[in-house]
Design a protein around this ligand. Structure first.
Ligand code: ORO
Length: 310
């Protein structure tokens, strides 16, 4: 089976959407719920609704995607209402709500709003959006991460994980993991898109997306080695109580298998979900089961984190 558990909650499958894909509207979230996905995470919600950046702001490329959405979302109240209804319709199922504030005060205000609701699921705090002009990716500012997590866990004790940007330096992994190990995090989700890449249309001699002169977050196959490195590096450094969600570059069941082998407890899909729609969950689950059957594995715990080194 492909069952897993996060923060003590059980899931029938270990594959779900990545925040930001197929999770903006009730219609999209309904489609994920009706698919083979384990569960859903919402689009990162802000205190007030946002339109996001000007279009075109998402583009597929031969090896993946580039986006500069700018956090379009209907506001936290919309997603809490949606999850509240889902919790009543399917008792026993657990959902993720992604949140993103533009400073510590907003993060705290978002968490207070969650606390005041009937939400019983898992919060994912997005510390890694690359696409809001003038706003740095919080995950690259280790002092800011420390300040935010201190304030967050002063207030909030229900299950909470964080979405991180990709890191590229082993010393950075040492430094950020030492900080994260001080907090009762449920999980770390690695990785968000690689920030501020640039994709070019040679024929048109132009960038592909309008915001930020064409700079945007890179997703898809480009991302897989970086994502696997982040999952594996964090699994070696984080307390065993902090789980890992692996996100980045999944196109087939073998990619899901590789994420789990590197240490992922759950695997999320973004670009490939955007490209194929929610039928991708059935395909990836079937392909993962085929890889496991061929290798004689009955459950993901039999190979999770067991990547061999030479
Ligand atoms: N895009 C990303 O690639 N990651 C985020 O966290 C947010 C966005 C966006 O809304 O632009």
């Amino acid at each position: 089976s492909t069952r897993t558990h996060i923060a003590g909650f059980n899931f029938d499958n270990c594959i779900m959407n990545a925040a930001g894909v197929y999770d903006y509207s009730a219609e999209e979230l309904d489609a994920v719920q009706q698919s083979a996905a384990a569960t859903f995470v919402t689009k990162s919600a802000t205190l007030v609704p946002r339109e996001g950046n000007p279009e075109p702001r998402y583009c597929n490329t031969p090896y993946g995607s580039i986006n500069s959405m700018g956090l379009p979302n209907f506001g936290l109240a919309y997603y809490l209402d949606y999850v509240s209804a889902a919790q009543r319709q399917v008792p026993g199922k657990t959902y993720f709500v992604s949140l993103t504030g533009f400073n510590v005060e907003e993060d705290i205000a978002l968490l207070r709003q969650v606390q005041a609701s009937d939400f019983e699921g898992i919060v994912e705090l997005n510390l890694s959006c690359p696409n809001v002009p003038g706003k740095p990716q919080t995950g690259y500012d280790f002092e800011a991460v420390t300040r935010i997590l201190e304030a967050v866990f002063d207030l909030y004790r229900a299950p909470l994980g964080i979405k991180l940007p990709p890191y590229f330096d082993l010393v950075h992994f040492d430094q950020i993991a030492a900080i994260l190990n001080r907090f009762p995090l449920a999980y770390v989700n690695s990785v968000n898109s690689i920030g501020n890449g640039l994709c070019v249309d040679a024929a048109a001699e132009s960038v592909l997306i309008k915001p930020k002169q064409g700079f945007g977050g890179i997703g898809g196959a480009y991302l897989k080695p970086t994502a696997l490195a982040n999952v594996f590096a964090f699994r070696q450094r984080l307390n065993s109580s902090i789980q890992i969600i692996g996100t980045g570059g999944v196109q087939n069941g073998t990619d899901v298998f590789e994420h789990i082998l590197c240490g992922a407890d759950m695997v999320q899909v973004g670009t490939v979900l955007h490209q194929e729609g929610v039928a991708v969950f059935e395909r990836l689950t079937r392909e993962l089961k085929a890889v496991m059957a061929q290798k004689g594995y009955g459950g993901i715990d039999e190979f999770k984190g067991r990547l061999k080194t030479l």
